[in-house]
Design a protein around this ligand. Structure first.
Ligand code: NAD
Length: 377
C-alpha cells in the first residue's frame, strides 16, 4: 500500500473518520443503537442460493460482520442446507426450499434475503423474498431485463421492504474515494473514461456446466457478468448519472464451441449528457480489470485489478491515497445493514441496478444493429 502524496485531498485519517462504524453508531437513535450494539440483535441474513459466491465469499464474510449474521438459507438441496445450519449455527427450521420461501414470513430471525442465484432466477427469488416481508439484496446483474427489474422494484415497494443490488465496490474505500472525486469534481468533471473487465473462459468442460454460457440463465455473456462493473465505474465517474446513448460491437469469436449462445467479448461506448464519453470492453477472452477517468484538472485510475476481490488501488494525478484494505463482502454486508439500522438511503439501491440493466439492453441493441442507441431510463 502506498502513502498519500502531498496535495492529495483525502488523508487516511479523514477517510477512516468518514467510514468509521463507531462514529456512525454515535449518531444512531437509541433503539437502533441497541440493535446494532447487541450481538444477539445483529440483522439476520438468509442466503438464497448456495453456489460458489455464497460458499466462498458471502458465508465466510457473514462470520465476521458486526451488524448482520447468517440466519438461514434457501436451497434446492435440503441436505446441503442442513450442513450449512450445522456449520454456521442456525436452526434447521431456517433451511428453506425455493418453493417454501413464503414460510420465511413467520421467521423473525431473518430480516434480509440475499439472492445469489443465476441471473435469470433473480426476479422470481426477489419477489418471493419481498412477499415474505424480507428486505432484499439482489446480486448483480439485478436481472436479465429492465422489465424484470421493474417487477422486483414493484414487489419490494408493495411489501414495504428495502432493495439493494450486491454492488460491493460502493462500500470499498478506494472506489468510494473515486466516487467522491467525481461527485465533488475535485479534478473537474471527468470527460474521458476508458476501462475493461474480463477473464479467460476457454474450457469446453466449463461450457458444459456453467450457466454463465447459457443465454437463458445468464441473459447474456461477459457484458452481463463482468461488463456491469465497467458500466458502474463509468456512471460513478459521472456522479451516478445514466448515459444518454451507446454504441457497441461484438468481438471476434475464436471458440465457437464454447460461445455458441453468448458473446465472447464486446466493446462499447457510453455518451453522457455533458458530452463525456466512456470507451469500454468486457470479455471472457482476456484477464483484465482496469478503469481510468480524465478531467481538465487531472485524472484518476483504478489499477488492475480494479473490480476483483483483491483491493482495487486508486492512483490519481495528485498521488496515491492510502486506504485500509477491506474484505469487500464484509464491508458491503455491514454497510447495507447499517443503512437499514440507521434509516439512511442506500449506496446501491434497486434503481441503480435497473439503470445498469437499461444500459445493458441498449448496448446489446447497438451491437446487434450497428447503430447508436439512446438509453431509455
Ligand atoms: P453458482 O453457479 O456457483 O451458484 C448458483 C446457485 O444457484 C447454485 O447453488 C444453484 O444450485 C442455484 N440455483 C437456484 N436456482 C437455479 C436455477 N433455476 N438454475 C440453476 N441454478 C440455480 O453461481 P455464483 O457464481 O455463485 O453466482 C450467483 C450470482 O452471484 C450471479 O448472479 C452472479 O453474477 C453473482 N456473483 C456476484 C459476485 C460479486 O462479486 N458481486 C461474484 C460472483 C457471483
Amino acid at each position: 500500500m502506498s502513502t498519500p502524496r502531498a496535495g492529495h485531498p483525502l488523508t487516511r485519517r479523514r477517510f477512516l473518520g468518514h467510514l468509521s462504524a463507531a462514529a456512525a453508531l454515535l449518531m444512531l437513535p437509541r433503539k437502533a443503537l441497541a440493535q446494532a450494539g447487541d450481538p444477539k440483535r445483529k440483522l439476520g441474513v438468509a442466503l438464497v442460493g448456495l453456489g460458489r459466491y455464497s460458499a466462498n465469499q458471502l458465508g465466510p464474510a457473514l462470520r465476521k460482520t458486526q451488524h448482520c449474521r447468517l440466519a438461514g438459507v434457501v436451497t434446492g438441496d435440503r441436505a446441503k442446507g442442513l450442513k450449512w445450519a450445522r456449520k454456521y449455527g442456525f436452526p434447521e427450521t431456517s433451511v428453506y426450499g425455493y418453493d417454501t420461501m413464503g414460510q420465511m414470513a413467520k421467521n423473525a430471525d431473518i430480516d434480509i434475503a440475499y439472492v445469489v442465484t443465476p441471473n435469470q432466477v433473480h426476479a422470481e427469488n426477489c419477489v418471493a423474498a419481498a412477499r415474505a416481508g424480507k428486505h432484499v439484496i439482489c446480486e448483480k446483474p439485478m436481472a436479465t431485463s429492465v422489465a424484470d427489474c421493474d417487477t422486483i422494484i414493484a414487489a419490494c415497494k408493495a411489501a414495504g421492504v428495502r432493495l439493494w443490488v450486491g454492488y460491493r465496490l460502493h462500500y470499498e474505500p478506494h472506489t468510494a474515494e473515486f466516487c467522491r472525486l467525481a461527485r465533488e469534481k475535485v479534478f473537474g468533471s471527468f470527460m474521458k473514461m476508458e476501462g475493461a473487465n474480463g477473464f479467460i473462459m476457454d474450457s469446453d468442460t466449463r461450457a458444459a456446466t456453467d450457466w454463465r454460457l447459457d443465454k437463458k440463465l445468464a441473459g447474456g455473456g461477459p457484458l452481463m457478468d463482468m461488463g456491469v462493473y465497467v458500466i458502474q465505474a463509468a456512471c460513478m465517474a459521472k456522479a451516478e448519472a445514466a448515459p444518454v446513448a451507446v454504441t457497441a460491437k461484438f468481438g471476434r469469436v475464436t471458440l465457437p464451441q464454447v460461445f455458441s449462445q453468448v458473446e465472447q467479448s464486446i466493446s462499447w461506448t457510453m455518451e453522457f449528457a455533458d458530452g463525456a464519453v466512456a470507451s469500454l470492453r468486457s470479455g471472457y477472452d482476456e484477464q483484465i480489470s482496469r478503469f481510468r477517468a480524465e478531467a481538465a484538472g487531472g485524472w484518476a485510475r483504478l489499477e488492475d485489478p480494479a473490480f476483483y476481490y483483491e483491493e482495487p488501488f486508486l492512483t490519481t494525478s495528485r498521488g496515491a491515497p492510502e486506504f485500509p484494505k477491506v474484505n469487500h463482502q464484509l464491508a458491503q454486508l455491514d454497510g447495507m445493514a447499517l443503512e437499514l439500522i440507521e434509516g439512511r438511503p442506500s449506496l446501491a439501491p434497486g434503481e441503480m441496478g435497473r439503470r445498469d440493466m437499461a444500459v445493458v439492453e441498449a448496448i446489446y441493441a447497438a451491437a446487434a444493429s450497428g447503430k447508436r442507441v439512446a438509453v431509455v431510463s
